[in-house]
Write a protein that binds this ligand. Structure first.
Ligand SMILES: [Zn+2]
Length: 167
């Protein structure tokens, strides 16, 4: 069993990129963050077997936090017991990381992103030039990242602007 990542298995274990992965990087299909985080996970998977089974879809690099988007069902392996694994990974990449399982469903993805805060409403605000997603969370609660990072991740995943508001 080998982990799957946005770059190929040869490149995961090499300091230079193969022609195919280099082309993906040049075309913006993968990013430096995809490469850096995938390599760290690959390295740890050599001693921590459950990580060998994960599939990393992409890594979204926010200003203060990066989000690892993984295959559905792989979240627990990457987070580890009591968050041990994700803390270790965060330390190695020198940035807070959050794991979110991929979903085509905007609401489900956003819920995964802000867990354990419940999303109690998701509305679309129609502005003249664009649509803005309005995410409503309970009064007095805060999402586990800055609102800027949240908006950045949602924009990178779905190409939409968003705001988080308390009910
Ligand atoms: Zn490659």
């Amino acid at each position: 069993m080998r982990m799957k990542a946005p770059l190929c298995n040869v490149c995961l274990n090499s300091d230079i990129l193969c022609m195919a992965c280099k082309k993906k990087l040049d075309e913006g299909k993968i990013t430096e963050s995809d490469i850096k985080v995938s390599k760290v996970i690959n390295e740890i998977s050599k001693t921590f077997k459950p990580l060998k089974e994960v599939e990393i879809k992409k890594v979204i690099e926010g200003e203060k936090i990066s989000v690892i988007v993984c295959r559905k069902g792989d979240g627990a392996r990457l987070v580890g017991k009591d968050g041990v694994m994700i803390k270790k990974l965060s330390k190695l990449v020198e940035k807070p990381l959050r794991v979110v399982e991929e979903s085509e469903d905007v609401r489900e993805f956003i819920q995964n992103l802000v867990n354990p805060i419940p999303v109690i409403g998701l509305n679309i605000i129609y502005k003249p030039e664009k649509e803005v997603l309005k995410v409503i969370i309970p009064r007095g609660r805060k999402i586990p990242m800055s609102k800027g990072s949240f908006a950045e991740v949602v924009n990178l995943m779905f190409g939409k602007d968003s705001v988080v508001m308390n009910e």
